[in-house]
Design a protein. Structure first.
Lengths: 177, 177
């Protein structure tokens, strides 16, 4: 795709400002005295989760643990089913029982990856609550999932959203089309 | 509890009118040419699902299938965990692959029963989409679940909501407190 055919919704500064706002919203939502875990869905959710943890620590949040989940969407062509979300890998080195979990992803679209991530977390224990934070909320939900913290809400349907982050992609922008 | 200590939010006529409105909203949301399944979470979600199917058929909706899921919340005291939602029984006698599913429950509260119901459905196949319809939406979410169709939104936190339906309870009302 030529760059001219797509619209840049956020540049590097815009992503930075958006993540700062999300960090503030998350910080003011944290219940007092409850341990917190920030868990990113790989690959870009993990990058965003690491940035959130850094910003929350900078703002004085204490006792945050960070982790990641690797959910892969794969197409089971044999059964002619659509893409299925499966869990590939978990890097969560703390007890999630009783913990307030912020699950982080770059784009919320069908909700299937988030469902798989919630499943994986619930298999690990009983978190006090799981909240969802996403950089971009895009129409096209196939499951009744919603984000609690949204960086940018895209209203256009059927238009792909691309998120690029320095750590994973060597560039920094959110664009549609 | 004495009746005087609780507030009746909906009486029988109010529940009827609310379900009629939900049926209209659901009907206008149905995608053309896609088979539909209305699946209630037992016991009261199943009653509401049966009423919805009746009303949707009356309004000319074609090819609806109805089913139910039995999700039980039980407390695993041995592990000192909180209540866990488990699937006890499924009565779904149709293929859910490619089907537009309306999941129906009486009250949406923590979201844990809904999560278990979604899990059970996804184990059965790949629905085109799962939408959630509830008579009452109550604060207290522990998972990032939302309802697509809401009869009545209760704003008060920490106040129990009671739903009574003729078929399951011999009375008909929604009350708080």
């Amino acid at each position: 795709m030529a760059a001219a055919s797509s619209d840049i919704l956020l540049d590097g500064a815009g992503i930075h400002a958006t993540m700062d706002r999300l960090a503030g919203e998350i910080l003011s939502s944290l219940p007092a005295g409850v341990p917190v875990g920030i868990i990113g869905i790989r690959r870009r959710g993990e990058v965003l989760a690491q940035r959130l943890v850094h910003e929350l620590n900078r703002r004085g949040a204490a006792g945050l643990e960070a982790g990641s989940l690797d959910i892969t969407l794969y197409r089971d062509d044999l059964a002619e089913l659509g893409p299925q979300a499966i869990l590939r890998k978990t890097e969560i080195d703390f007890d999630i029982n009783g913990r307030y979990i912020i699950l982080v992803d770059d784009v919320l679209y069908t909700g299937r990856s988030v469902r798989s991530a919630i499943d994986a977390l619930v298999d690990l224990g009983r978190p006090k609550a799981i909240r969802l934070a996403v950089l971009v909320d895009r129409p096209g939900r196939e499951l009744p999932v919603q984000a609690d913290f949204v960086g940018l809400k895209v209203e256009q349907s059927d238009v792909p959203v691309t998120v690029l982050l320095t750590e994973s992609d060597g560039a920094e922008e959110v664009r549609v089309g």
